[in-house]
Design a protein around this ligand. Sequence first.
Ligand code: PLP
Length: 456
Amino acid sequence: MKDDIPNSPEARDAHNLMHPYTNARKLQSDGPLVIESGEGIYVTDIHGNRYIEAMSGLWSAGLGFSEKRLVAAATKQLEVLPFYHVFSQRSHGPAIDLAEKLVNLAPVPMSKAFFTNSGSEANDTAVKMLWYRAHAMGTPEKKKIISRLRGYHGVTVAAASMTGLPYNHMSFGLPLPGFLHTGSPHYWRDAEPDESEADFVARRARELEELILAEGPETIAAFIGEPVLGGGGVVVPPKGYWQAIQAVLDKYDILLIADEVICGFGRTGNMFGTETFGMKPDMMTLSKQITSSYQPFSALLVNDRVFEPIADESNRIGTFGHGYTGGGHPVGAAVALETLRIIEEDNLLDHVRRVGAHMQAGLAELADHPLVGEHRGVGLIAALELVTDKATKAPHGKPGALGGIASARMQAHGVISRNMTDALAFCPPMIVTEAEVDEILARTKLALDETAEEIG
Ligand code: PLP
């Protein structure tokens, strides 16, 4: 272990804490990176090393790590009403204000907000609402959900089933029956030789239609997708993709869920990724940047097509038997409201468009590096996919190995990125400046050069 003092935080961590998304044996031998404080786009570890958090933590601290207004909003709410709930016809001011704000902010007509605590819970709730709705409408067989390979929707049982990444299924026995996967929108990686972008989009739409017809359209409730795939490697869909998918869904009366957990609240340069890509969802799941992750919080927006049958069914049964103790927590709701005020008052969407364009231009220049196969991104979210052979796009050794070396080099140079099977992700806090972006780019270039040298 890096720090072999028996009572060090690293040793105590390895002794007592089981980590998500971690090789538990490697943690025992290497110990964790222990972060102590944050300021702006920087975090500092317990040994005084300062890092640019180029991932906003988990794509989530949009306002950086020291926004005093969020601290004040949380403190004020803790003093007035530290907890109340919205079960059984109870409510409170922050939940009412936030629900109204989100319904008004939605880029397509939405009817109601339902509050949850995490992206996974919001997505699980979407599935349960669709199942309940299917029964309400007298079509209990209309319950299957289609998602995409490379899609990430979280880790609870239904959310993990919708996720299209191997690690979320392997050794869990997932996905559950009734969760279907169709191809990803990753043109660069998944296109056939000589296939144009338009032909690729048409093929993906055709494959979706074939899947629907093979399963029976009357059995499919919804399709879920992130406007930009995040955890699957930051994949920006090709032009016309969402329009082609939406046309197939409309043809067979299948609802669309936009998973805005990463894209929502400015990340792509608009308030929602739905706007950036012209989607028309019936449900939207929101989390992460909604509170800049200063509080765990998530929400599901539903339109009347979803809400009305559910309302009738709850009247027939006597209740809608679903909800979380912490859903709509007053402190989280107060922090969300303040986050939205800051995004609006500081014109953060304009800022993301301007600084995002600067970041994408800089990363596009790095695409000339011998190890970079593809640069992709929009707004302030991007990835560089690393390969050793640009023509074959082959990974270097085991998939993920090259990205592992590069991200470790970046960390040594004080930049925290994330390696997603050789795609290095960039998702800095939305408050990042152009000068700070230049710093990220310079250190990334250094790390790539060192990686090239290391592998020879
Ligand atoms: N949906 C998307 C698009 C995500 O990126 C994530 C998390 O990264 C989730 C859902 C799950 O959110 P959580 O980790 O809060 O459960």
